[in-house]
Each structure stands twice: as C-alpha cells, then as structure tokens.
Design a protein around this ligand. Structure first.
Ligand code: KIV
Length: 272
C-alpha cells in the first residue's frame, strides 16, 4: 500500500520542499544506469541520486575519489534517459568543485547540459560556500551533503559516525543553516547521531534526507545495490536489506551454468 499523501506527476525541487511542509517523507535511492533508473522511476521513488558511489559500486574503487566528471556525466545521462517522474540529482565528483568556484560552475554546467540531470550535489559546508553560491547564481539547483562526506575520507581516516562531539555538531548545524541561506533545496545528512539530525531537520525549512541519520528527518536515501543485497560484504547498522540479490543472482548463474553444461538450455521451445 502506498503511503504517499498526494500524487505528484513530476518531482521538482519545489515538490520536495512541499513534501516537507506536508509531512510527507521523501524517498531517494541511487542509480547509475538506464535499467535500474527505469525500475526506480516506475516504482515511484521521488529522487534518484547519481551518486559518486558509482566509483565503488560500478568501478570497484575503494573510495569515491577516483571517479571523473566525464564518468559521472556518462552515468547521469544513462539515468536521465529512463526518467518520467523522479528528480535526478547528480554528484559533482571530487576535484570538480573544491579548488575554485569558477571551475565548480563549469563542472555543474557540464553535468546539466551534457547529462540532462535536474540538480547537483556537493559535499561540505562553509569551505565550499563560494562554489555553492556561484552554481546557484547560474540557476542550477544544489543539494548539500554534510556529516560523513566520503570525498573527505582521507581527512577523517574512518567511516565512523560524525559529529558525536559538541564542537563538530555545532559546526554541522552552522553549515546546514548556511547551505539553506545560500539557497540549497535540500541537504543529505550522512552518519550522524539521530538526535542531531532531528534538531537540524526541525530547525530548517528545506528537507533533510538522512542516511544513517535516524528516522526524524524528512526523507531517507540508501545505495540501491546495498538495499538489494548485491553488495553483501557491506554491513553498516543503518542498512536495511530488502532482498538478498547476491545469493539470488549467484544461484541463478549457477543454474544457468548447469543448464548449459548439461545441454538442458536451450530446449526445443527456446530455438528457431
Ligand atoms: O554517492 C552516494 O551514493 C551518496 C549517498 C550515499 C548519499 O552520496
């Protein structure tokens, strides 16, 4: 049974803000290709994130740092071709926005023009303020990302929960307010204490979308391959697995192999 309160024909950045004021939670999942995006859009997922987690999930890198702007554009344009309803948000990859606001704008324009994505997501707070401002001034919607920001993994040194200490929590609240004031339409909060996430969500007008940030935020995001159980070695506490695709797919592949080896496939009905 659907829990959506209102039928939205097409999700826009404004729809998400309306959802927050109507107390309707926002559903967000990742996609990096046409086929997955088609299924997510058809299932009514509100926001599809072309995450730089493609670096891990698609390319097998240890971190999100190696993925390039060209690779993100390739993934995003495949996703956009599948979409009728969902809002498509595309991550600006590491190195495409941190060093210089003009470069950040050029990167965001390339994403919008070459992929057809609807918005970009950037990691960080006050340190990327000028880049966020410049992108917003060009009319490109920006989603923020605070808390555990995987592009800074070598600064953090670990993927554990962020902002448990008072000082970091204070800075996170300031950064969230700053991003709202600059004009971001939503913020992803990753791996922070649920109490802090709730405080941030309550104090801002724009939606807070959590991943490992508890239930008192305005929406949730997961990496699709994780929630489908395709990436079976990744087991954070915040992850709910809806399928066990690793086992299901392994069994299907084994069955196919057996059928080929035994001559059972193809049958008479499966040939011309
Ligand atoms: O890249 C990604 O998939 C993300 C989500 C984890 C929020 O940024």
């Amino acid at each position: 049974m659907s829990t959506a309160k209102k039928e939205y024909k097409r999700i826009t950045t404004k729809t998400l803000v309306d959802m927050k004021s109507n107390n309707e939670k926002i559903s967000m999942l990742t996609a990096y290709d046409y086929t997955m995006a088609k299924i997510l859009d058809n299932a009514g997922i509100d926001v599809i994130l072309v995450g730089d987690s493609a670096s891990n999930v698609m390319a097998g890198h240890e971190t999100t740092l190696p993925i390039t702007l060209n690779e993100m554009i390739y993934h995003a344009s495949s996703v956009v071709r599948a979409i009728d309803r969902s809002l498509v948000v595309v991550d600006l990859p590491f190195g495409a926005y941190q060093s210089d606001p003009k470069k950040a704008l050029r990167s965001a324009i390339r994403i919008m023009k070459e992929s057809g994505g609807h918005a970009v997501k950037l990691e960080g707070g006050k340190e990327i303020k000028d880049s966020v401002k410049r992108i917003l001034n060009a009319g490109i919607p920006v989603m923020g990302h605070l808390g555990l920001t995987p592009q800074s993994i070598y600064k953090f040194g670990t993927y554990t929960v962020r902002a448990k200490e008072e000082e970091e929590a204070k800075q996170l609240k300031k950064d969230a307010l700053l991003l709202e004031r600059l004009g971001c339409f939503a913020i992803v909060l990753e791996k922070v204490p649920a109490k802090l996430a709730e405080e941030v969500a309550k104090s801002l007008q724009i939606p807070i979308i959590g991943i490992g940030a508890g239930s008192s935020v305005d929406g949730q995001v997961l990496v699709t391959h994780d929630m489908l159980g395709m990436t079976h070695e990744f087991n954070p506490r915040f992850l709910r697995r809806y399928l066990n695709m690793f086992t299901e797919m392994t069994n299907a592949f084994k069955q196919y192999k057996n059928d080929v080896k035994s001559g059972d496939f193809p049958s008479e009905k499966e040939q011309y």
